[in-house]
Design a protein around this ligand. Structure first.
Ligand code: ADP
Ligand code: ASP
Ligand code: MG
Length: 413
């Protein structure tokens, strides 16, 4: 008998008919003889609403109470899913994070999972009961409710799969797999049968929200096979209709570039006439990191006169006002002009194959140039190239790159 985790995202549990539809999938897996843990998100739109309620009371709210509020959406769906399963004749009960318990650190609103106790779950699996677990939430060492960050139910699902040694973690969502890019933007996007953990990790961290980055990180570390598949199509996970996220060795067919990802959650800061002296980067980035502001892309120009230089870097859009506040207080920048732009987007191409192929960057730059899209900043790693562009051209850039790397075509190795 094998064991699987089935995770249903917000649109998959958006209302009672959807919950009953998802429950039918669980029943079908149970009928195939599997032990099942179900992980549910809040109903579509509920978490956004709860986040907004907190913000309306105060933008500077106590994050522990924020977690108490925003975690509650998942409590509702866990209970409803258990009821739907019971109605379908399957023994089931709901579990909130603290009841398991699923233990996290104390970093409220983006907590990390530290341990999951499985004794009670194990006993109940043995008795044929399905565990319906509220995703996205846990409990801190101080006995407070924590949440794992937006999209965190994916991470709950993978962590539960690792803890109960499940054979597979199926992520049911509103698309039927991982595509070469967001199929809502490029209708020609191609569904991938398999994708390596490394590429999925880059795609997720560069903006493809189909899986939360941390869930992919954990799947890779714990060697959990993850399948992304549709809640609204007929086949169930055990028929392998979706995209399998797995080890690179298990993938036969490879493009040089396998995907295009994008993020509009970007802002650019430029420091003009910065003193070109040793230690200046530390004086700029030290205070930003102390304020918990992550810096992503960085470019510094060669100084023309040896005294002054220009520097540009990117941060998350929501962090821009705070970042400008921090920079405004740095003594060494007193004579520096600080410019910012929050109408920028990052577009990236990802592929393990680029490690061993030349000309990948050139294809990207040519494709963007032909469309008249100006590249503002470039950053690369072994398996990705990212560019920062004017936000207005995001979709044009994604389509141009998808075509330039012929991602709509299924090539053989
Ligand atoms: P859920 O609520 O089920 O967690 P999400 O909205 O978080 O679902 O993730 C699914 C969405 O991810 C899809 O609707 C799709 O628009 C988006 N997406 C972005 N990039 C990709 C990609 N490369 N492949 C598939 N979906 C993608
Ligand atoms: N409900 C949470 C969110 O919307 C967690 C999740 O759905 O994964 O971010
Ligand atoms: Mg999601």
């Amino acid at each position: 008998m094998s064991r699987i985790v089935m995770k249903f995202g917000g649109t998959s549990v958006a209302g009672i008919p959807e919950i009953e539809n998802a429950a039918r999938k669980v029943v079908a897996e149970v009928a195939r003889g599997h032990q099942v843990a179900v992980v549910v998100s809040a109903m579509a739109g509920v978490t956004n609403q709860l986040v907004e309620y907190c913000a309306r009371i105060s933008p500077l709210h106590d994050v522990r109470e924020y977690d108490a509020v925003v975690s509650s959406g998942e409590n509702v769906t866990a209970g409803l899913m258990a009821l739907a399963l019971q109605k379908a004749g399957v023994s089931a009960r709901s579990w909130q994070g603290w009841q398991i318990p699923l233990r996290t650190d104390e970093v409220h609103s983006k907590a990390r999972i530290e341990a999951i106790e499985t004794d009670e779950l194990e006993k109940r699996f043995a008795g044929g009961e399905v565990a319906v677990i509220a995703g996205f939430q846990g409990i801190t060492p101080r006995n407070r409710i924590s949440t794992l960050g937006r999209g965190g139910s994916d991470t709950t699902a993978v962590a539960v799969a690792a803890a109960i040694k499940a054979q597979r973690c199926d992520i049911y969502t509103d698309v039927n797999g991982v595509y070469t890019t967001d199929p809502r933007i490029v209708p020609q996007a191609r569904k991938l049968e398999k994708i390596s953990y490394e590429e999925m990790l880059e795609m997720a961290s560069l903006g493809a929200k189909v899986l939360m980055t941390r869930s992919v990180e954990m799947a890779m570390k714990m060697n959990v096979p993850v399948q992304v598949l549709s809640t609204f199509e007929e086949p169930i996970g055990s028929d392998f209709p979706g995209t399998l996220v797995t080890r690179e060795e298990d993938i036969v067919e490879q493009h040089v570039v396998n995907g295009v990802a994008f993020s509009r959650d970007e802002a650019k800061v430029t420091l003009l006439d910065l003193p070109d002296t040793p230690g200046i980067a530390g004086q700029v980035f030290g205070p930003l990191s102390e304020a918990n502001i992550n810096v992503d892309m960085i470019v510094q120009n060669v100084s023309a006169d040896g005294k002054k230089t220009d520097m540009t870097f990117t941060i998350r859009r929501a962090d821009l006002p705070r970042a400008l506040g921090v920079l405004g207080k740095i003594e060494a920048l007193k004579k520096t002009e600080i410019r910012s732009d929050d109408k920028v987007a990052k577009v990236s191409v990802v592929g393990i194959g680029m490690q061993s192929h030349a000309g990948v960057a050139q294809t990207m730059f040519r494709a963007l140039g032909e469309k008249g899209i100006n590249i503002q900043v470039i950053s690369t790693s072994e398996i990705k190239i990212s560019v920062l562009i004017d936000e207005a051209y995001t979709e044009l850039a994604i389509r141009a790159l998808h075509a330039a790397y012929r991602l709509e075509e299924k090539l053989s190795a």
